[in-house]
Design a protein around this ligand. Sequence first.
Ligand code: 5GP
Ligand code: SF4
Ligand code: MG
Length: 461
Amino acid sequence: CAVFGVFAPGEDVARMTCFGLQALQHRGQESAGIAVGDGETMMAAKDLGLVTQVFDEATLAALEGFVAVGHVRYSTSGGAASWEAAQPHISAIDDVLIALAHNGTLVNTAALRARLVRDGVQLRAGTDSEAAAKLIGQVTQKTHHLRNGIRHAMEAIEGAYAMVLASPDALYAFRDPNGIRPLCIGELPQGRGWVVSSETCGLDIVGATYVRDVEPGEIVRFNAEGVHSEQGVPAGRRASCIFEYVYFARPDSVIDHQSVYQARRSLGRILAQEAPAEADLVLGVPDSGVPSALGFAAESGISYADGIVKNRYVGRTFIEPTQAMRQLGIRLKLNPLPSVIRGKRLVVIDDSIVRGNTSKKLVQMLRDAGAAEVHLRIVSPEVKWPCFYGIDTDTRDQLIAANMSLDEMNAWIGSDSLAFISLEGLRAAVPDARHQGFCDACFTGDYPVAIPEALAAKSFS
Ligand code: 5GP
Ligand code: SF4
Ligand code: MG
């Protein structure tokens, strides 16, 4: 998912949010929503579909105000897309309205919901964002201070969350104590206001300058008085998702002051040193494999070629929630160029292998198109563990690397050779990040936030 927020009196905040969400569309394609506050009340529009399908001129024009939050969603809990699950989640606290948008996944939702129900709170949507909004409401009702409510919720919720919240007259941004999912702050020119976005590409599109990232455990409030920062909960072990650099984020984004594009180039360069191949051409699997393929080509001296064409109107196949849709999706999306690859020995660079469907289909397509050899090089280590923090990498039994050796995978996929970057290689590709640590649990099983037993039992089978 992605979140976006604006506080900018005098600006068309709904339109800015719409642009921001379009820039973040790669992070979720199931639903889109915007909520706007005008000082008195809040209005929202959300629906299933892409940002451009949900918002037209009339819808945007109706969203008048000076503070806005927005969201694009892909479901991480395996649930099908539904209107109820679309965000921002709107919640009434006494006479005060809030709109909450969440990127990430909470690991203790079941316990939170049980607790809320025990306290007589009504729950409808069944999402973790709803639970978070209600927790915020519980204390805000009593103290009439949203920051107290947010702090109360942050003390109770566990997992990964980068959240933006709008009240009728203020914007809040807060991030889990490990800083797992990204969230950055930008400033509009001439003091026109503030923007919060999952990625810096969302700041660029509205002309905001990247100021900094929201710190782990921090709450930042933007209102007529200016910017206020406080520590909501103490920061824990720093664990920014390293997979953002490998796959999830847009290459033109900067996370924690490290360029995603440069990280991907470095991944390719490092993998060329770790696992060279004798070949005529280097191909990248669009889109996320391409910068790494350029890095691999530069390091190895083998020419880069555009040998796989991507249909730009097909979304991210991984994000399609069912296996049937994913299988069809791969064929719709990628097509090899026989005139480039016929008779050639290829090194093919992709970002990751999760279930293995993409690689198996791709290798077959390349062979059908006349490739003499296909050497697969993957710029992330073997994905052996499920992600519980907002990226849908499935249960262990679905993860090919958790169930097969390297040779078995190579044989099943049908490649001539197969290699993954080492964990050290991956870490070395993101050297300038300011923070001290990454989450790399999907590769190592070292989870920065403990996974409750019931959840683990379901996913580790
Ligand atoms: P597979 O077919 O192996 O399950 O999927 C691998 C492809 O899906 C990769 O080439 C990558 O582009 C994309 N992908 C890989 N891992 C992830 C992930 O954890 N989350 C998402 N959203 N997409 C992924
Ligand atoms: Fe990112 Fe992997 Fe950690 Fe999930 S488990 S947050 S994908 S590094
Ligand atoms: Mg891919």
